[in-house]
Design a protein around this ligand. Sequence first.
Ligand SMILES: Cc1ncc(COP(=O)(O)O)c(C=O)c1O
Length: 409
Amino acid sequence: MTMDFDEIIDRQHTNAENTDGFRGYLFRDRPGLELPWRDEDLIRMWVADMEFGVAPVILDAIRARLDRRILGYTGIYDDRYFDAFRAWCRRHYDWELPREQICLSPGVVPALFLLTGLICEPEDAVLINTPAYCQFRRAAEYAERTLHCSPLTRSETGEFVVDYADFEARCADPRCKLVIWCNPHNPTGRVWRESELRRVAEIVERYGLWVISDEIHCDLLRQGQRHIPLGKVMPDYPKLITCMAPSKTFNLAGLGMSNVIIRDEALRKRYGSRDGIFGSVNPLSLAGVEAAYEQGEAWLEELRVYLDGNFRLLADFLAAELPEAEMYPAQATYLAWVRLGDCLPDVEDLSFFFAEKAGVLLEAGDGLFVGNARGYVRLNLAMPRALLQQGLERIRNAIRAHRAQTQNA
Ligand SMILES: Cc1ncc(COP(=O)(O)O)c(C=O)c1O
């Protein structure tokens, strides 16, 4: 290990959503919420960014760009960035991308919002699998389109899987125009097998639907896992859009730069004619992201080892301390999807419960994950191990105290 992922870095007063934005996101229905904890004492296991410092190679590249001193508009992009990203996809996914299909956006979410409106007419519906990243629902809401949901189900081995009969029935609905597919899946952490992707692809193709494959988590795999871009399974399907980004992989969400790979030329043109609302790419972002794709591999490898250790810590902790908790072993992402329904059957709002009783911020339930999420919490494990240990102990203590209280009542 050359990186110190154990270092605790102070994020207060950096305008971070993570430290200062939780009231608006997690508790918007509780205006003026006061918690019995100081904000700086909360353990934050919610929004999907990491408590780790950015890789030095990326910081160095940003500093070098700063030294050029002029930070005017960008907009004219030479090949360097695109070559770096294409080489990354080739090395990691054996996936060859034509340069002209790669569009940029300040984030995957803005691209989803824009594309949903471009692809779907007002009477069309968008299909997602639940539980889901809640911005998928917001993409439909933003574009004023209808949302349809196909719940994932559990296989005999406990794995989250597509309910193909339900999924196909919803794809066959004539109103359905677009599938937003999450690959790997947030919040369950599933890495879809090739056979699963093939079945989904066959259904999508059978009904001629558009599909956006959100692959933002694809680089954050457990050791031994392999990501397959949907684009490799649907090599010639024109109605596929793939979103990939350095934001999760390298903890660069604030740099606001993502890749949107649009195959269909007409859609690409329409996207290009509307993406003016995004403005031009921040020159510091461009420098940082270029360096990430060119030189970030070693850092990422170390990060993955550390994250695997955090997942082991969580699994061991739950087995020893909270055996009623059911943890699904995430194959990707730094997010653990844990069912606490049997630990706290009488608690409706688990996010609020843990914020108030444990001083731990986490996302939970149907409100934040669209549906099919009752009794589940999502724990962001991308933090120094000592903090994680502390957070888990607080979670355990709050559950035990609540049980003791309800048993005595
Ligand atoms: C599946 C998925 N898509 C998109 C995003 C956010 O994308 P961006 O920050 O690039 O807008 C997240 C963040 O958690 C996510 O989990």
